[in-house]
Design a protein around this ligand. Structure first.
Ligand SMILES: *Cc1c(COP(=O)(O)O)cnc(C)c1O
Length: 383
């Protein structure tokens, strides 16, 4: 069931439909010039030498783990407050996620804790721009440099953003973007690795295409010659067409998202008990989602009832994010409540509000009004 004001809604223009149609009517539906054009656009935008398209953000993260030679016995320092893919990719290769608690304002990993978590087994720091916020990315970069470990930037929530003038995606040895329909740019499903490292880029090009040999950026040699165990993590030309057209509009998309965020912040300032997202002065946010937090007068049950209440009024909302370490199969690995108190406390009280490019002022007012009503109701129940 879809709410009248949904949590997210894709924004596809006629120009984008036309680009997709052109590919559909061409003779080339996979591995072709449109993928290359999409890669060039993302590389240019992030200032990275290479961009490697792939079938999803998750596939991109998996390939980076492989290309960096991360495997059993290795540790990767990462955040427990994220979408699960940022940690699952570590498990795919048999390595161990080492979670560190977050900073309550930016919701990104606390840099001091990142540094403290590094051991001789650490191979990489995997950082996430939580909800699009790039705070501390340069700190993680310095820490990775000091300890001679890799930094992987899971930028799936941050395309178009900047931190201290530098593009999101360009802080790590490699970054990954995702193009699921709720992201800033969508291809339906899709992903993109960005890096300055020639070898890493070629390895990812090989992994994406069944382990075929790569020379000069292309998989060459016999079509049936395979150098290593690879995957089919390719993006189709049809999907890439949507990506090329969406990238052309990235500035406009980011502006729209900033407009919606600004309107929410203006309207929500009056609601006591709502903690708004913080954006540092050196941060240019492209806004993945709009997530607010209830004050600690509210508990998880009350937050959940507020989300249900919003749905009853046809307003989309969701508990972004449940902690990764408390998901059942992570608990089975020994993670439990109390290990990351800041992430857990934040996660019990956060809720995402409807957020997409074309959200109208009228709908924002309705969302804020309904949220106010639900907050009041929970407050009244408590007396
Ligand atoms: C969206 C997202 C991904 C990747 O998602 P896909 O659906 O695989 O494209 C990875 N990490 C984070 C933090 C995300 O938000």
């Amino acid at each position: 069931m879809v709410d009248e004001i949904p949590l997210s809604e894709p924004d596809i223009t006629d120009a984008e439909v036309a680009m997709v149609e052109r590919v559909l009517r061409s003779k080339r539906l996979s591995i072709g010039p449109v993928n290359q054009a999409f890669e060039t656009a993302v590389a240019a935008r992030t200032g990275c030498r290479h961009a490697v398209s792939c079938s999803s953000g998750t596939a991109g993260l998996h390939m980076l783990m492989l290309a960096m030679g991360i495997g059993p016995g290795d540790e990767v320092v990462t955040t427990p407050f994220s979408f699960i893919a940022s940690s699952n990719c570590i498990l795919y290769v048999g390595a161990k996620p080492v979670f560190v608690d977050i900073c309550p304002k930016s919701l990104n990993m606390d840099p001091q804790r990142v540094e403290d978590a590094i051991t001789p087994k650490t191979k990489a720091i995997l950082a996430v721009e939580t909800f699009g916020n790039p705070s501390f990315m340069s700190d993680y970069r310095s820490i990775a440099g000091r300890h001679e470990v890799r930094m992987i930037e899971d930028s799936c929530e941050g395309l178009g953003g900047k931190y201290k003038g530098r593009a999101v995606g360009s802080f790590g040895h490699a970054g990954v973007f995702g193009f699921y329909p709720n992201k800033q740019v969508t291809t339906g499903e899709g992903g993109m690795i960005v890096t300055d490292d020639d070898r890493l880029a070629d390895l990812c090009r090989s992994y994406r295409n069944q382990g075929r040999e790569v020379v000069g950026g292309n998989t060459i040699g016999g079509w049936l010659a395979h150098e290593r165990l690879g995957y089919n993590y390719r993006l189709s030309e049809i999907q890439a067409a949507l990506g090329v057209a969406q990238m052309r509009r990235l500035d406009e998309i980011v502006e729209q998202r900033q407009r919606v965020a600004r309107l929410y912040i203006e309207r929500l300032l009056d609601l006591t008990d709502i903690i708004l997202p913080t954006v540092d002065h050196d941060t240019f946010m492209s806004w993945f989602v709009f997530v607010v937090r209830l004050s600690d007068r509210y508990n998880q049950d009350e937050r959940d009832r507020i989300i249900e209440g919003l749905h009853r009024h046809d307003v989309g909302s969701a508990p972004y994010f449940p902690c990764i370490h408390l998901q059942p199969f992570y608990r089975a690995m020994g993670f439990k409540e109390g290990m990351f108190p800041v992430a857990e406390s934040v996660s019990r009280r956060t809720l995402a509000l409807p957020f997409f490019n074309r959200l109208t002022e009228k709908d924002i007012d309705f969302v804020v009004q309904t949220l106010g009503l639900m907050l009041g109701r929970e407050g009244l129940k408590r007396g």
